[in-house]
Ligand binder design. Structure first.
Ligand SMILES: *Cc1c(COP(=O)(O)O)cnc(C)c1O
Length: 392
């Protein structure tokens, strides 16, 4: 099958068990796939757009209701859809950060948070993670005092990733938020790896903003995401336009400048909506996901020379491991060098590991079944044994 224009059909999740760190939580549900087909045309959600003409007011399909449900589900007051978590960071940074303002993030923060600060001409101030690769509230307090001394003013905003993309470790956002609030610093909870994966309660976390990624963790097409806020903060970030044309005198009603008016106008939003009932259900069963992750990790740990770099026991399915003393030792003399590992995985129907990686690598078992987890575990052990490694 060909899609034309030189595009082959993509057959990845159809042909193999995919444990790619960033793809696991974004795989579409069957309902989202149907929505993609039905709403593929440009501006397709605008069929029934009536005054006051804004995306989150459309009632057919039930976009207005979806916005309310989304906010309630995250236990926040207001929600908007955005083209990716990064666009949520951008809207918030653009609202609060002015030239030379210090902004808190962490030594494990995602690059898109840095870029959001850069675009607003802010200064990135990283709270260092400790030796266990955990960002603590104490470290946040120390950093805020350091920033105050160094820059003569307090950070104007804090970006904290609940689960970081490097280790998949969980950081105590609530405790960090309490510290930030003592200094009146608003806190953005980055749930790129949590919203749609495990239950998220924004108010309980003391978050001013909750950001999620549709295509990373909500089984939605890219680019999609959510930006939710408390009432107070919603007034600031979701303020409405005040501009007037100097010739025509035109005004633009209730359009929100930080969102450039409307955001997701077709497949992205309707795909997200179609998956929503499924993700509301799946977050209740994160325990099963951890069990599957444990099965796979136990197998990897049984390969002599392999160590877990993520916190252990695991609290998330995204895991970083070090196989320098096991798989990489094999790669040194193997005729395929480092590619022996990804090659062997491919032959056995497992995909998603960076080709050639044998030292430090990540994988994410989210969404696979119990029997697939057992199979993947066996595949790792078999590859180790076939290459002369010891398995405990
Ligand atoms: C993937 C990721 C992002 C970016 O998400 P998008 O929805 O692609 O913009 C941001 N932060 C973290 C921690 C991530 O893992």
């Amino acid at each position: 099958m060909r899609c034309g224009a030189g595009i082959d059909a993509r057959m990845v999740d159809e042909l193999a068990i995919n444990i790619d760190p960033i793809q696991a939580g974004g795989r579409l549900t069957a309902d989202a796939m149907k929505a993609v087909v039905a709403y593929g045309d440009g501006y397709s959600v605008c069929d029934n757009c009536r005054k006051p003409n804004r995306l989150d007011y459309i009632s057919k399909p039930p976009i207005a209701e979806f916005h309310k449900d989304l906010a309630a589900w995250l236990n926040m007051d207001t929600a908007r859809v955005v083209p990716g978590a990064r666009r949520g960071f951008q809207a918030v940074a653009h609202t609060y950060v002015h030239k030379g303002d210090p902004v808190l993030l962490t030594s494990l923060s995602h690059y898109t948070e840095f870029l959001a600060i850069e675009e607003a001409d802010g200064i990135a101030c990283e709270i260092p993670a400790d030796e266990q690769n955990i960002v603590t509230a104490d470290a946040a307090a120390v950093k805020i005092e350091e920033v105050k001394k160094q820059h003569g003013r307090l950070p104007v905003l804090a970006f904290i990733d609940h689960v970081d993309y490097q280790y998949g470790n969980i950081h105590d956002v609530q405790a960090i938020a309490k510290v930030a609030h003592q200094y009146d610093i608003p806190l953005l909870y980055n749930g790129a790896y949590t919203v749609g994966i495990l239950p998220v309660d924004g108010k309980n976390l003391c978050a001013d903003f909750v950001v999620g990624s549709g295509h990373k963790s909500m089984a939605a097409p890219a680019p999609s995401g959510v930006l939710a806020a408390t009432v107070e903060r919603a007034k600031e970030v979701f303020r409405t336009t005040a501009i007037t044309g100097d010739v025509t005198g035109r005004k633009f009603g209730i359009k929100e400048p930080e969102l450039m008016g409307c955001t997701l106008m077709g497949v992205t939003l309707v795909g997200m909506m179609a998956s929503f009932p499924h993700i509301k259900e799946r977050v209740k069963h994160f325990g099963r996901e951890l069990e599957n992750a444990g099965t796979v990790l136990d197998a990897l740990r049984s390969i002599q020379g392999t160590s877990v770099l993520s916190e252990y026991p695991r609290k998330h399915t995204l895991t970083r491991i070090d196989t320098t003393a096991s798989l990489d030792a094999v790669a040194q003399t193997h005729k395929k060098r480092g590619f022996f590992f990804s090659g062997a995985l491919g032959e056995k129907g497992v995909t998603g590991i960076i080709p050639g990686a044998t030292r430090v690598w990540k994988y994410n078992t989210y969404g696979i079944t119990r029997s697939q987890a057992r199979y993947v575990a066996q595949v790792f052990v078999d590859i180790a044994l076939e290459n002369g490694l010891k398995v405990a």
